[in-house]
Design a protein around this ligand. Structure first.
Ligand SMILES: *Cc1c(COP(=O)(O)O)cnc(C)c1O
Length: 504
């Protein structure tokens, strides 16, 4: 399997090269030249496999330059932290056989070290990178730079901690993250990690990191230290490919629990921001997973809902800060890959749309492409009130607790069922533990959190619902603080050079 760019014809790369490079030189994203196919027999065989074995199987379809042994090792190392044996279990929300409403499976992607779905990929990517370095004969150390508004930083730290030939450095805005988010980062263990607070807001931290990436001089300095900069952002193919596994895994779980028969079509619903998670579902469908519709669920930042309804992507709009912060996004970068595949690899067309997005902030896709997207996708958005209402409603009806992002997915589904009367069985991506967004969840359940400290809120939700506090959050108040560095935004580059020079 070779990889090409969404924006021009390039010399095809192996997956190891694409993963190390991250972004193509023309600014495009790496895509597989052909999407591999799987059979129903292969899907059926997944029922008896562990999650790690399912991951090894799926990765083997795309990362053909990795050996079976390497992929098996990556899967073991990536998922051994996940604190349930199934790794990614599927909870069935409607179980009454006399109830005519078809089942809803909630695929819990949040049993990893930071209690959110990004762990599934960020626990895997560092190992894929480490092996890729060996494959291409790269002897330099990779330094991963991250600016975070809270969650991605911790997920990346947890993934890269103590991975050989890598270092990771995370900058966060000193006053721009929650108490729990800060503690999660500053207690991170690992010889190769650095966490530094920046005096400023998230934009300051992000602009600082961008500047460092574009600074030739810093690159030269790092080169002398035998260090190469890299990022771990969600457009890297090595972050996308591990996500494809769980759609097959979730389907196999639905067969196993007799909710569906082999070959039966399902509906998949995904709470969407940067379009990575839902794009992984798209790849699964193209590979042969029996799916009738893919529901793209958004919050009031509904740029994607409008795009799927009208064919126009327009980022020139008001930006809202919501109780689903991981979906507060106006540019869904991974959409570019969908446009490429559904236009049969028309990179000239994709290039034109992306140039228009850059210069005008919008583009309109042609009718033929729009018609093809209509066959696969259904898009819906959900208001803040509806999100809270669904947390309460699902908890009251099924005793099942949703986080805010997952509630957007379930609410969008409910709207879909209401409009279409289509009661096909459902697999809904549950992207975060309710304990990750405790205050919004408690509020939705009718509790007042005014003046209640973050840790007291965890206890409060625990007392109220008798659900388990995830291990990483429960242990946080006792963890030792290891990183207390603070810097001015002008000092970021110097801090990077300092950390790069440190022997580990
Ligand atoms: C990142 C994230 C999303 C959005 O996923 P994308 O791949 O960016 O579309 C949804 N929910 C949670 C909890 C997330 O962390």
């Amino acid at each position: 399997m070779k990889y090409t760019s969404t924006r021009s014809k390039i010399k095809p790369l192996d997956s190891a090269e694409a993963i190390l490079q991250g972004l193509a030189e023309d600014g495009g994203l790496f895509v597989p030249e052909k999407i591999p196919k799987v059979t129903l027999e292969e899907i059926d065989a997944l029922r008896e496999k562990s999650y790690e074995e399912r991951a090894e199987w799926l990765l083997g379809k795309y990362l053909t330059d990795y050996t079976e042994y390497e992929l098996g090792e990556c899967a073991e190392l990536a998922y051994n932290w996940f604190d349930v044996p199934a790794r990614i279990p599927v909870a069935i929300l409607i179980q009454d056989p006399n109830n005519p409403v078809a089942p809803v499976g909630s695929m819990e992607l949040w049993h990893g070290p930071t209690s959110a779905f990004k762990d599934v990929a960020l626990q895997m990517l560092p190992h894929l990178m480490r092996i890729a370095l060996k494959k291409v004969g790269e002897t330099k150390e990779i330094l991963i730079l991250v600016a975070t508004s809270g969650d991605t930083g911790k997920a990346a730290l947890a993934g890269f901690a103590d991975v050989p030939q890598t270092k990771i450095m995370v900058f966060y805005p000193e006053d721009g993250v929650s108490k729990i988010q800060r503690l999660q980062m500053v207690t991170q263990v690992g010889k190769n990690v650095n966490v530094t607070a920046v005096k400023g807001n998230f934009d300051d931290a992000q602009n600082g990191v961008k500047k460092i990436f574009n600074d030739e001089k810093i690159r030269e300095e790092l080169d002398k230290l035998n260090v190469k900069l890299s990022s771990a952002n969600s457009i890297n193919w090595g972050r996308l490919v591990p996500q494809i596994t769980y759609y097959f895994s979730g389907y196999a779980e639905l067969i196993k629990s007799k909710q569906i028969a082999l070959g039966e079509k399902i509906i998949i619903s995904v709470p969407t921001g940067n379009f990575g998670n839902i794009l992984a579902a798209y790849y699964a469908i193209k590979m042969g997973l029996p799916v009738k519709k893919l529901i793209c669920a958004s919050n009031v930042n509904n740029v994607l809902t409008e795009f799927f309804a009208t064919g126009t992507y327009n980022r020139n709009r008001k930006f809202f800060k919501t109780i689903t912060p991981s979906m507060d996004i106006l540019i869904s970068s991974n959409l570019e890959r969908l446009l490429y595949h559904e236009s049969d690899g028309n990179y000239k067309l994709v290039n034109r749309y992306m140039t228009e997005l850059n210069t005008l902030g919008k583009y309109k896709i042609d009718k033929k492409l729009k018609a093809r997207l209509d066959k696969i996708f259904y898009a819906e958005y959900v208001t803040e009130d509806e999100t809270r209402e669904f947390i309460k409603r699902v908890y009251d009806s099924f005793g099942y607790l949703l986080d805010t992002h997952t509630a957007v997915s379930i609410a969008a589904l409910s709207k879909y069922r209401g409009k279409t009367r289509d009661f096909t069985p459902i697999l809904s991506a549950s992207t975060a533990s309710p304990y990750k967004f405790t205050s919004a969840v408690l509020t939705a359940l009718g509790q007042s959190v005014e003046g209640v400290d973050d840790f007291a809120q965890l206890k409060m939700l625990n007392d109220l619902t008798n659900t388990k506090i995830p291990r990483n959050l429960a242990e946080l108040s006792k963890a030792k603080i290891l990183h207390e560095d603070v810097c001015e935004k002008e000092e970021m580059a110097q801090r990077v050079l300092q950390f790069a020079a440190e022997k580990i």
